[in-house]
Design a protein around this ligand. Structure first.
Ligand code: NDP
Length: 261
């Protein structure tokens, strides 16, 4: 059996109160890691952190912060330092889809997505890298999207900012690998989260499951969504010492959705 060597590591995960971030937090807690879980809604993130602490006998804390602001990233950095003295792993996961036409989307919308998808990662890198250096190294993983390489037509702002996040990941990887900090990017395809169910219900009402089946049929050769657990395994591996030679890459976990080689 492969030991992922994640026991007693400290992991910071943004966007950790639901969906992929919560599933990844749970997977790390199951491995015996301690998790700093960040999201804006304080009650929900603290409740989920308490649940994981109870279930896996590890120390999970919920930090309420908006990572799209300097105040929010400072808060996350400070809370992590206070609770654990630093972190071994940082996962930039917080993000959300968009829906617009380039012709009429205002500057404010572009700026908001830039702050959430790119500047959050920049500011958290600046805050956490010195702490990782003190520990002798670390891992940073960016959750972009298959859309970083293959755009979906209805969400140009999402596509552009996720593509920028992937390039940021590559640039950071080269800057810090000499300090024994490995940086990578993961690009998921369709992953079933509560947010997808909500979107499908908005579009198709009671027939929401048919709607999702059609989305999968249209976009993914595998003809289905991934579960959060399937995706979480890839996060664990990319953050584990077992992936020690994986540096500066962008790894697609997408059921064949990206149609280029
Ligand atoms: P969800 O919408 O289900 O969850 C988003 C999480 O991020 C919530 O915990 C939310 O909590 C938190 N969050 C959102 N904005 C902020 C913010 N400004 N500051 C702090 N926390 C925030 O998203 P998914 O799980 O579906 O997606 C997670 C990531 O994966 C995103 O970056 C997304 O782009 C990417 N992705 C998702 C795919 C999918 O099919 N689901 C496919 C490819 C990529 P709160 O609202 O309380 O802040």
């Amino acid at each position: 059996m492969m030991d992922l060597e994640l026991k007693d590591k400290v992991v910071v995960i943004t966007g950790a109160s639901t969906g992929i971030g919560l599933g990844v937090s749970r997977a790390f807690a199951r491995q015996g890691a301690h998790v700093v879980m960040a999201a804006r809604n304080e009650a929900r993130v603290k409740e989920e952190a308490a649940r994981l602490t109870d279930e896996f006998s590890v120390r999970c804390i919920g930090v309420s912060c908006d990572v799209a602001t300097p105040e929010g990233t400072d808060r996350l950095i400070g809370s992590t330092r206070d609770a654990f003295g630093g972190t071994d792993i940082l996962i930039n996961n917080a993000g959300t889809g968009s829906n617009e036409k380039i012709a009429d989307a205002p500057d404010e919308k572009w700026n908001a997505y830039w702050e959430l998808h790119v500047m959050a990662a920049v500011r958290l890198a600046r805050g956490f890298i010195p702490m990782m250096k003190e520990r002798g190294g670390g891992v940073i993983l960016h959750n972009a999207s298959v859309c970083a390489a293959q755009p979906l037509g209805f969400e140009p702002i999402y596509n552009v900012t996720k593509s920028a996040l992937q390039m940021f990941s590559r640039c950071l990887a080269e800057e810090v690998i000499g300090d024994n900090i490995r940086v990578n990017c993961i690009n998921p395809g369709l992953v079933m989260t509560p947010d997808w169910a909500k979107t499908a219900k908005l579009h198709a009402g009671e027939k929401w499951e048919d709607y999702l089946r059609n989305v999968a049929k249209e976009l993914a050769p595998i003809n289905r969504f991934a579960t959060v657990d399937e995706l979480a395994d890839a996060f664990l591996f990319l953050c584990s010492p077992r992936s020690s030679f994986w540096v500066g890459g962008a790894y697609f976990v997408d059921g064949g959705q990206k149609r280029t080689v």
